[in-house]
Design a protein around this ligand. Structure first.
Ligand code: ZN
Length: 551
């Protein structure tokens, strides 16, 4: 039997638009997608896919459900078969159990203990006072399920009274074990429950009310709780993120809570880590503009720089905001400055501009050697961006550095780098699997090179180039050693390349449509060509890669 937690995690990984989009041509329609229903014959589309609800619905024939249901109906699969198929498409490793409901135990433990923390808050004046002084309203306490964790003894006593085995509580991340004894990890702390994107409890964060040197701590990584992938508050923010197409990333729980309280309901926070590649799938959902709003201190600036590098390379719209004067967003809301925050959010510094500014301002541009170093760093960075961003920021960097634009241009110029705009999660996975397959079966290399070029790769471009050139590369090694990455058979590879190219050219088409700097004639040419490609791909053919002329 497939482990329930494992199914839940798979559901968090997949995006219904992505899944259905492999079978049905979907067009954006407000915050939803629309297409011709695959379950009944129709000429005008009445088949709707909602990314925020992760559901599809046909208003013609009444068909509807989630991504798993779609696969079951469309491919005539059983429930476990559909899950296994999705898992293999996403290179997701499912866990299997012998018995029943193993994983849901942990969830029940977290729910029970969460309710108890919540009830404890009512009885603890110190904790209530702390929240009041930070300006947290009763409605926010309710909405975020804020609670209080008392002493270790009281926690153990509660678990025993409610017949929760201590070992189960430890597996859920609530208890630690030392010198033959269990102890509570969260002691005398205000508790912020952490939920999965679908709203399931997965762990807790706690803020000390005593003198504990660690101001904030989180539950440890467990089967349910993967810190580097989750965003605090996402389950409450997602509906608005899809609606407003905006997502605000802040540093702490309190910032999220106070921003929501002030009406900024798309705020989320990382869980004590920087933004990493692992967060990208969640950030991409709904294709929102992302605003990184951090403190203006050293740590905040460094974290913002990392985030801006990551997000500009992945072509996210949005930018950075730094809060000055030792105020974080939570303080500003508490001080009644919500209007000021709104004004700040309205004009973030675009990610690429922020990175270039930081590179220039932190370097020593007053000496020739220093200037040369900054120039190299900026040029390298520009080379990692899409052609569109390069076009936009080369003139900017050139004026900032007093260097001609020609010297900042990279050599690789190909229209093929355009669709890096915003790729779907599936492409990331496909990239790794294509590379892994070629590592294991080099004879398939020609087949891949016939239809694609390294510039079509997004996240794993360098690894692919290293592979083709027979060089060693750390990322390539990582892919080689990662057993969770699927190796395709020749037949599967063909199919996956077809999916990959369909997504790639569909995205290219979309971008060309919106790109108004292109002469009309060229625009029409590419529109026609990409449409032709997509039609061929849909018929199961692969289209040969041709190097494209420069824009
Ligand atoms: Zn229908």
């Amino acid at each position: 039997m497939i482990d329930n937690n494992s199914i839940e995690q798979l559901k968090q990984t997949i995006d219904i638009v992505d899944v259905v989009g492999n079978y049905v041509e979907l067009k954006k329609n407000g915050s939803n997608f629309k297409g011709l229903c695959p379950f009944h014959d129709e000429k005008t589309p009445s088949f709707i896919v909602s990314p925020s609800k992760q559901l599809y619905k046909c208003f013609g024939c009444g068909a509807g459900g989630d991504a798993i249901k779609f696969l079951m109906e469309f491919e005539k699969l059983s429930y476990p078969e559909a899950i296994e198929k999705l898992a293999s498409q996403y290179n997701f490793t499912l866990r299997y159990t012998k018995g029943e409901h193993q994983g849901s135990d942990e969830r029940r433990v977290l729910e029970t203990v969460g309710r108890w923390y919540r009830a404890n808050l009512e009885r603890n004046e110190k904790a209530k006072e702390y929240l009041a002084q930070r300006g947290v309203s009763l409605a926010s306490i309710e909405k975020f399920g804020i609670g209080y964790a008392p002493s270790s003894e009281e926690t153990l006593l509660f678990l025993q009274r409610t017949m929760i085995p201590l070992q189960k509580a430890a597996e859920a991340g609530l208890l630690g074990y030392e010198q033959g004894r269990y102890y509570a990890r969260l002691i005398d702390r205000v508790i912020f429950p952490i939920f999965s994107p679908s709203g399931m409890p997965v762990g807790f964060g706690g803020r000390t009310l005593g003198n504990h040197p660690a101001k904030y701590i989180n539950s440890p990584q467990t089967k349910l709780f993967n810190k580097s992938r989750l965003l605090y508050g996402y389950h409450l923010a997602k509906e608005q993120i899809y609606k407003k197409r905006r997502l605000i990333v802040v540093e702490g729980y309190m910032d999220v809570i106070m921003l929501h309280q002030a009406g900024f309901q798309t705020a989320v926070a990382t869980l004590g880590t920087a933004l990493t590649n692992d967060h990208l799938p969640l950030l991409k959902k709904g294709e929102p503009e992302v605003i990184v709003a951090y403190d203006g201190d050293r740590a905040g600036i460094d974290a913002a720089m990392k985030a801006a590098l990551l997000l500009s390379r992945h072509n996210f719209d949005g930018g950075v905001i730094l809060f000055d004067g030792g105020m974080d967003p939570a303080d500003m809301v508490n001080a009644g400055n919500a209007d000021l925050i709104e004004a700040l959010f309205a004009s973030p510094i675009p990610f690429a501009k922020f990175v270039i500014d930081m590179m220039v301002s932190s370097g020593k541009t007053d000496t020739p050697k220093g200037k040369e170093e900054v120039f190299k760093a900026v040029k390298n960075y520009l080379g990692t961006l899409s052609m569109f961003l390069q076009e936009e920021y080369i003139p900017y960097a050139s004026s900032l550095l007093g260097i001609s634009t020609a010297r900042l241009k990279t050599d690789k110029k190909s229209i093929a780098s355009i669709p890096q705009q915003s790729i779907l999660t599936l492409s990331d996975i496909a990239e790794k699997s294509i590379i892994k397959t070629l590592l294991k079966t080099p004879t398939l290399t020609d087949m891949v090179l016939d239809v694609m070029d390294s510039s079509m790769f997004h996240t794993h471009k360098e690894a692919f180039e290293a592979l083709i050139q027979g060089r060693q590369n750390s990322e390539l090694l990582a892919i080689d050693f990662d057993d969770s990455i699927k190796i395709y058979s020749e037949e599967e590879l063909k199919k996956q390349l077809n999916y990959f190219l369909r997504r790639y050219y569909a995205k290219a088409l979309d971008i060309i449509k919106k790109y108004d700097k292109l002469p009309l004639e060229k625009k029409m040419f590419y529109l026609r060509r990409y449409k032709e490609y997509i039609n061929k791909l849909k018929q199961g053919e692969l289209v040969p890669y041709e190097s494209h002329s420069t824009l």
